[in-house]
Write a protein that binds this ligand. Structure first.
Ligand code: HEM
Length: 449
């Protein structure tokens, strides 16, 4: 999809009509018009299909349509997702990282490939477990798909994405068809599986908290619970709202982060000179006593080439790779000199904007991390949509950024990672989340831990 959209923009210019009532825009200047920092445009009903769980009478942050309502709700718990707050739980991310390394060490005799893509998703899930519920779910411990959650996400994404991009009037037909089409029925069951899991995880968390008399960790569910106790009545933040946050985390917190990890490792393996340069930076820092084991976030962000490799991987392969649609406001909106009347949908796709040569340079199609180290990069930064933009920027980005910056140098310091089949190209499937398959690797120990 993203390849087609890039080609169409090349052929027809920065504005293309992708459905009878939706216009995709590829002009970087339009980012601040569509994704405003204040008074944002409302989302479209593309989003409503992604949460049908009825946890709360309020929508979750991702599916909330009205920007005003979204702002009011997000203010209630935004603080929980700040970087400084996420980093208060850094030691628990480390616990997951240590277990992750221990588990992949089991593959270092080189007799069988390690499905790094799958293990990274299991890692991302267990980090969500630690951060939200004070314990890993057990993906890394068992090396298996706990509760079939990964399988469930893989089943539900095609169904929900197809429903979300379908015209509004066709949706009920798609939903009804699920009763007779076996694949769709499986998808509905998969949605239910994640929905039930979120309720269960929160209930179990409360159960543990009631037994351990205040000795429990202040994980995210605990913090949300405190918000409920302190001002739940005043702002109407109830247990259902906590379950809803847990649901979004299970839904949005593992696939996206794993996609980002896969992109970093895939590109490093395909560009050995970049891999070597990064390794040199990591080893020098470690040899100079500037890297702990596991690596601290504050240490990782002082490694410029590491940060550049991560950013470049998110540029060439953003996790969300469809147009993030918004409603044109009542007064209409002028984009690229064309007036778009109210009622139309307008949006941009990170996987299009990130390849704009006027912003990222003539070699924008290439993976080249050092572009982020050459002079003033503020214009490029403003055109990065990997976490969305404006009032609806990703609430979980600090969780993912902490995972990425911490795990990558820790892993590379300890293991050499190579493609199992040299030059094998990954396969990607763009269903809103642009997930990759085929990241089988050989790992070899670099040093004893
Ligand atoms: C590398 C990892 C991630 C990527 C690439 C990513 C990407 C995005 C993008 C592009 C958006 C904007 C969507 C739009 O405007 O239509 C978004 C929003 C959102 N993401 Fe993420 N995300 C990541 C991780 C997470 C995590 C870990 C969580 C939760 C634990 C999360 C929860 C959300 C929520 C709730 C929203 C809606 C925010 C709002 O409108 O206030 N994401 N994400």
């Amino acid at each position: 999809m993203e390849h087609t959209q890039r080609r169409l923009h090349q052929q027809y210019g920065p504005l293309i009509r992708i459905t009878p009532n939706e216009v995709a825009c590829a002009s970087p200047e339009a980012i601040k018009q569509i994704y405003r920092n204040q008074g944002g445009l409302d989302k479209t009903d593309f989003y409503t299909v992604w949460n049908s769980q009825n946890y709360s009478k309020h929508p979750d942050m991702f599916t909330a349509i009205s920007d005003k309502q979204h702002g009011e709700r997000r203010r209630i718990f935004n603080q929980v997702y700040t970087l400084s707050n996420v980093l208060k739980s850094e030691e628990y991310i480390d616990k997951c990282s240590e277990l992750f390394l221990k588990r992949i060490a089991e593959y270092q005799d080189g007799t069988k490939p390690l499905d790094l893509g799958k293990w990274l998703q299991m890692y991302a899930f267990d980090v969500i477990g630690e951060l939200y519920f004070g314990r890993m779910f057990g993906f890394l411990e068992t090396g298996a798909d706990h509760g079939s959650w990964i399988e469930s996400l893989d089943l539900l994404m095609p169904f929900l994405c197809m429903t979300a991009v379908a015209p509004t009037y066709v949706r009920s037909l798609i939903l009804m068809s699920a009763l007779v089409v076996p694949g769709s029925l499986k998808a509905l069951k998969a949605i239910d599986n994640i929905g039930v899991a979120a309720r269960k995880c929160v209930a179990e968390r409360f159960d543990t908290a009631s037994k351990d008399e205040g000795q429990h960790r202040t994980d995210i569910v605990e913090q949300l619970h405190e918000i409920h106790l302190e001002k739940g009545e005043k702002v109407d933040f109830q247990i259902g709202d906590i379950q809803q946050e847990a649901y979004v985390a299970l839904f949005a917190g593992s696939d996206t982060t794993a996609i980002a990890f896969r992109s970093v490792f895939y590109h490093l393996m395909r560009y050995p000179a970049v891999y070597d340069q990064l390794l040199q930076e990591i080893d020098t820092a470690a040899d100079n006593g500037q890297l702990s084991s596991p690596v601290k976030y504050a240490e990782a962000v002082k490694l410029p080439f590491l940060c550049a490799c991560i950013k470049e991987a998110l540029r060439v392969h953003p996790g969300v790779a469809l147009t993030m649609a918004r409603k044109a406001p009542a007064e209409g909106i002028e984009l690229c000199g064309t007036y778009i009347p109210a009622g139309y949908r307008v949006g941009m796709n990170g996987a299009v904007i990130h390849f704009d040569k006027s912003i990222f340079g003539p070699d924008a199609d290439e993976y080249r991390p050092s572009r982020w180290l050459e002079g003033d990069t503020s214009t490029m930064d403003k055109c990065m949509l990997q976490f969305g933009a404006g009032t609806r920027t990703c609430i979980g980005k600090n969780i993912s950024l902490a995972e990425l910056h911490k795990l990558i140098p820790y892993l590379l310091r300890n293991f050499k990672v190579e493609m199992w089949e040299k030059d094998k190209v990954w396969k990607t499937r763009n269903l809103w989340f642009n997930k990759q398959v085929g990241l089988e690797v050989r790992v070899t120990a670099r040093r004893s831990k």
